[in-house]
Design a protein around this ligand. Structure first.
Ligand code: ZN
Length: 243
């Protein structure tokens, strides 16, 4: 199967094209060298300068200034035409002391792992609860990222992280080898469970970064609305008491 072409589009006013363009080769290295083997998903990344017209046949990641929802650094989604779409909010990142390159890496990898933003995993020992199939949320804080050349990118989990039968320490659960068992969330990481019986998010506190319901691009159910969101890593957004 041909790899998707993902266009990285700079619409931010605080980042020049000369800030964004040099980051793309490092992200391409992350996808090709680190992500493609464990996940079986690769991509060709293309940088688009400001004012360019993106190709309607490509997947897109747009870098913008400000999030329209407090505390949201980025998310991935699908367009009205059904193609994967990521958004990164660079000024919000900076205001909250986060690296926009980590948010970009996060949304890129999660788009590849869950392109339609509709995949969930059931935790066998927690019947009735679904985990979003998102590869960066459990290890999303910048401090768990790693550098490729001089670019800080996000750590990400491996498929084994979602497989309950693995014993502690028996395999590699994330790229940076920081988690040691399935479904482990690192401090400051976030993960949510959806209760299929009640249709509620299982959260110890209400997520402050749930997306607004009136987003015109989305026609989905509430639990998909939180899927793939990268939130500030303040240590307060671990939503599942079990992990
Ligand atoms: Zn995420």
């Amino acid at each position: 199967m041909a790899h998707p072409r993902i266009e990285i589009i700079n619409e931010s006013t605080i980042l020049d094209d000369s800030d964004v363009k040099p980051v793309v080769p490092s992200l391409q290295t992350q996808v090709r060298r680190d992500f493609a083997l464990p996940w079986g998903a690769n991509a060709k990344l293309v940088f688009l300068p400001k004012k360019s017209n993106p190709s309607p046949a490509s997947w897109w990641i747009g870098i913008f200034d400000d999030s329209h929802q407090a505390g949201v650094l980025g998310y991935h989604d699908i367009t009205a035409k059904g193609l994967p779409l990521g958004k990164v909010f660079a000024r919000t990142d900076k205001q909250l002391g986060c690296e926009w390159t980590v948010t970009l890496s996060h949304e890129l990898l999660e788009m590849l792992g869950n392109p339609s933003s509709n995949l969930f995993v059931q935790h066998q020992s927690n019947k009735g609860f679904l985990y979003p199939y998102e590869v960066c949320d459990a290890c999303e804080p910048d401090k768990f990222g790693y550098k490729i050349d001089s670019v800080l990118v996000s750590d990400f989990v491996y498929p084994a992280w979602f497989e309950h039968f693995h014993k502690k320490g028996s395999t590699r659960f994330d790229h940076c080898k920081l988690t040691v068992r399935p479904f482990q969330v690192l401090p400051g990481g976030s993960i949510y469970t959806f209760d299929v019986r009640t249709h509620r998010i299982n959260a110890q506190r209400k997520p402050k970064h749930v997306r607004p319901r009136n987003d015109s691009e989305r026609r989905d159910t509430e639990f998909r609305a939180i899927n793939g969101v990268r939130a500030p890593s303040n240590g307060n957004n671990v939503m599942n008491s079990e992990v």
